[in-house]
Design a protein around this ligand. Structure first.
Ligand SMILES: *Cc1c(COP(=O)(O)O)cnc(C)c1O
Length: 440
């Protein structure tokens, strides 16, 4: 915690007054209870709130479809033929990438499969003496307890190469008595795997613990042993300032409905470093929408990919969802990731402060914050492990119209997002912790 905070309403209100980003809250719709009371929302890590401008953006596309029919591909206000391009600038900005290194398409897990198809290429050595076809560079290092979709995707990919998960995948766990991985332990595991390592595959911000991995150093260490580094940035994009190009990350993907506020199940963003994206020899799953745009509608044999990440597109763009995503990305563009991150650090530090203050004053509370304490090692989420009665605390907060997130078996996740959460929200949450009583 960087500064002497005060756990008072006056202090919280003063911080909001000084906050140049506080006006952005007005651009979002907050959920209400069945009685119409406003809720305080701390679940931007799970499903971000709806931008007010989303509805009009979708209606515009519906109108253009009604008006132009199939011609809308070329003559609608934002022609659907190359709709993904309307999102490229903002996506590149938020990912720290060049424009041709990003594309918005499909859904996150689908994209992870497409990327793993391209970038998990275990090699084999044919040993004439034994006649055995031995795997050579085939190991994957990832965090233990990764988001299930990551584990399942990796498992399928590994097995599709005739390998076994337990042999091919090295899952790293925190040291005993610790909740999160040490960067030094990740780096030494990479070094140890050495020339057997094909891929490191980490989340940026870990969905359960809130730990931010050191993407830059993991990537550098991975490259130093000749392997590739890929990341699932579902909890990272729109949360952390990224420099995917400069860090040399090989590939990454993220969803748009968590911190990026683009609505349930909406499209995914993809980053492919230009060293792979501009190389026509990089294997990819081909579909007509990734074909060279100039002759896409000539329907010819022989796949010629668009240069860059756009060449990974398979299907034509889901325009209604992408219209919302565009609205949302535009808000990020106006706010600026640098400003958002600066506020985010203070807001999360303040949250930590009020939670620990409540813990020290209310003997009914029992929890441990498992997220790292340094703001360099976390985004805007704190995960609290509740050894007793966590669900009762969660229900107590819900009764106070405060929405946080419950993860089995015993974790409450709280994410104050800098776009629409205020210091006063955090103060109010702290007050609810103070009034919690454990009646059992
Ligand atoms: C939310 C999340 C997903 C979800 O994948 P979808 O394909 O969008 O359903 C995947 N991975 C991580 C790390 C997530 O946090």
């Amino acid at each position: 915690m960087s500064e002497p905070f005060e756990n008072t309403l006056a202090y919280a209100k003063e911080q909001d007054l000084k906050d140049a980003l506080s006006v952005l809250r007005e651009e979002f719709i907050f959920p209400t209870t069945s009685l119409g009371e406003p809720q305080i929302y701390f679940c931007g890590n799970s499903l971000g709130l709806q931008p007010k401008a989303a509805q009009e953006a979708v209606c515009n596309e519906l109108e253009d479809w009604a008006k132009f029919g199939v011609e809308g591909h070329f003559i609608s206000r934002k022609p659907w033929f190359h709709y993904h391009k309307f999102l490229s600038d903002y996506t590149a900005e938020i990912a720290g990438a060049k424009i041709h290194e990003v594309v918005v398409m499909n859904h996150l897990t689908v994209n992870l499969h497409l990327l793993l198809f391209s970038f998990y290429r275990p090699t084999r050595q044919f040993q004439t003496a034994t006649g055995k076809n031995e795997p050579l560079r085939y190991k994957i290092i990832m965090e233990a307890g990764a988001f299930p979709s990551d584990m399942y995707a990796i498992q399928t990919q590994v097995e599709s190469h005739g390998l076994h998960y337990d042999d091919a995948v090295i899952e790293l766990s925190p040291r005993s008595g610790e909740y999160t991985l040490r960067n030094e332990d990740i780096l030494s595991a990479i070094e140890k795997a050495g020339e057997q390592l094909a891929l490191t595959f980490f989340s940026g911000v870990q969905y359960y613990t809130g730990q931010l991995f050191n993407i830059k150093e993991i990537t550098a260490a991975t490259h130093s042993v000749g392997a590739l580094a890929g990341f699932d940035l579902a909890h990272t994009t729109g949360n952390i300032e990224l420099e995917l190009h400069n860090w040399g990350v090989d590939f990454a993907a993220w969803c748009s409905y968590k911190y990026l506020n683009s609505g349930p199940g909406n499209v995914s963003g993809v980053f492919i470093h230009e060293k792979h994206g501009l190389n026509p020899a990089t294997p990819r799953m081909a579909g007509w929408w990734g074909h060279n745009e100039v002759e896409r509608f000539e329907m010819k044999r022989g796949y010629i990919p668009e240069p860059g990440a756009a060449g990974w597109q398979m299907s034509n763009a889901p325009v209604f969802g992408m219209a919302i995503h565009l609205v949302s990305l535009e808000i990020f563009h106006r706010a600026g990731m640098k400003n958002l991150r600066a506020k985010s650090k203070r807001l999360t530090d303040f949250l930590e402060f009020v939670l620990l203050d409540a813990l020290s004053r209310n003997t009914h509370l029992q929890f441990t914050i498992v997220t790292p304490q340094s703001s360099e090692e976390r985004g805007c989420q704190l995960s609290m492990r509740c050894d007793k009665n966590g669900k009762a605390l969660f229900d107590h907060l819900f009764d106070k119209n405060i929405i946080v997130d419950w993860r089995e078996p015993n974790v409450i996740r709280i994410s104050p997002t800098p776009l629409y959460n205020s210091f006063e929200d955090v103060y109010t949450l702290g007050q609810a912790y103070l009034t919690y009583t454990n009646l059992t």
